[in-house]
Design a protein around this ligand. Structure first.
Ligand code: PEP
Length: 231
């Protein structure tokens, strides 16, 4: 069983999401995780969560204790409405909201305390890869997690592959996945993300050290995403 995760980002509305779920063919042995904008989570959990389809948040506050954090949603609030997964550390959140490895780790810990599974996004820029520094860069991103003993789900998303149509070679993906796993003694899942679609998903999902995919753009089309989930 692999994890097939969708990230709608800031797309969709009530009608779009309703249509998406009615068009999405859930007939897969994989675990499907659908990351929705926060405002649609509660209703979607109520209507669309099943044993192999889980609704995910796309981000969360690093603060878990109620208080003066205007605009924030806490891990406990996600838990309250039945959310079981949360994407954290996405490169867009790191970039637009200055999130760093420290705050992403804090989010992971808070989510863990309420039993929500994180999908921790990591990935290097083109500049870092061109300087051949990608392995060290990823080691830094996961450094804080090394003390954790639980089964962590990372999504390796090279920034240069997100929304660009560029996909790393099989060797590049496998090398990074093995590199990530080499920091831990427990079972770690590594998803690949970056320009995944139904034409390349089988090849990616067949890679020995890849445990699933995280899909942005192509997930907005329910038929396309179902094809990925069934590949
Ligand atoms: C993403 O943003 O998580 C992502 C993988 O996007 P895309 O599939 O569009 O490259």
């Amino acid at each position: 069983m692999k994890i097939i995760a969708a990230n709608f980002k800031m797309n969709g509305n009530t009608q779009f999401i309703r249509n998406w779920f009615s068009n999405f063919n859930t007939d897969t042995e994989n675990l499907v995780v659908v990351g929705l904008p926060a405002i649609y989570l509660e209703n979607s959990v109520r209507n669309f969560n099943t044993s192999n389809l889980k609704i995910a948040a796309q981000n969360v506050s690093k603060f878990n204790i109620p208080g003066a954090y205007t605009g924030q949603i806490s891990p406990a609030m996600l838990k309250d409405v039945g959310v079981e997964f949360c994407i954290i550390g996405h490169s867009e959140a790191r970039d637009y909201f200055s999130e760093d490895n420290e705050s992403i780790y804090e989010k992971y810990s808070c989510l863990k305390s309420v039993n929500i599974k994180s999908i921790v996004c990591i990935g290097e820029s083109l500049e870092v890869r061109e300087a051949k520094n990608q392995l060290n860069f990823i080691s830094d991103q996961i450094e804080k997690f090394k003390t954790m003993e639980d089964e962590i789900i990372f999504a390796y998303e090279p920034i240069w592959a997100i929304g660009t149509g560029l996909v790393p070679t099989q060797d590049q993906i496998e090398e990074m996945s093995c590199h990530i796993k080499s920091h831990f003694s427990q079972k770690i899942s590594v998803l690949y993300g970056g320009s995944v679609n139904s034409n390349n998903s089988s090849e990616i999902l067949n890679m020995k050290n890849i445990d699933g995919v995280l899909v942005g753009g192509a997930s907005l089309n329910a038929e396309e995403f179902a094809n990925i989930a069934q590949s």
